[in-house]
Design a protein around this ligand. Sequence first.
Ligand code: COA
Length: 122
Amino acid sequence: MPGCLMMSAGGITIDDGALIAANVQLISNNHDLYERQVITCKPVHIGKNAWIGAGATILPGVTVGDNAVVGAASVVTRDVEADMIVVGNPARFIKRIPPRPDCAVRGHADEPIQLGLDSCGD
Ligand SMILES: CC(C)(COP(=O)(O)OP(=O)(O)OC[C@H]1O[C@@H](n2cnc3c(N)ncnc32)[C@H](O)[C@@H]1OP(=O)(O)O)[C@@H](O)C(=O)NCCC(=O)NCCS
């Protein structure tokens, strides 16, 4: 995606199906607090099908679990469990991804337009 920054000295792993939006920063290194020319490294891991919203920053050592969501412009300082949604700076848990809606019931006129596959996969 445009504008993404990946500082990969500590290692960055992005698993299959992960969505990395525009202007995301994946950062796997810090500077030592006393010897600033020394780089300290911790890996960043983005799990399978995780979605990192636009402009979010993932800091060194963080794992974003499978299918988790990071809100736009969030700064993630701690691991995110699978299937959780976190937002803000510092990113905090807001909810677990709810179960997929019942596809037998079609939506109302005021529901948002979905492009591409709908939630029923057709
Ligand atoms: C994280 C996200 C998916 C949550 O969507 P949602 O489930 O519809 O959540 P809601 O809009 O109901 O918001 C729930 C609460 O979280 C807050 N919130 C949502 N996204 C937030 C964000 N990025 N940063 C800070 N707070 C956020 C809302 O203000 C709301 O707070 P409240 O309960 O105090 O009113 C969505 O807000 C988001 O950030 N999407 C990323 C969009 C993007 O980057 N798109 C690029 C294309 S990949």
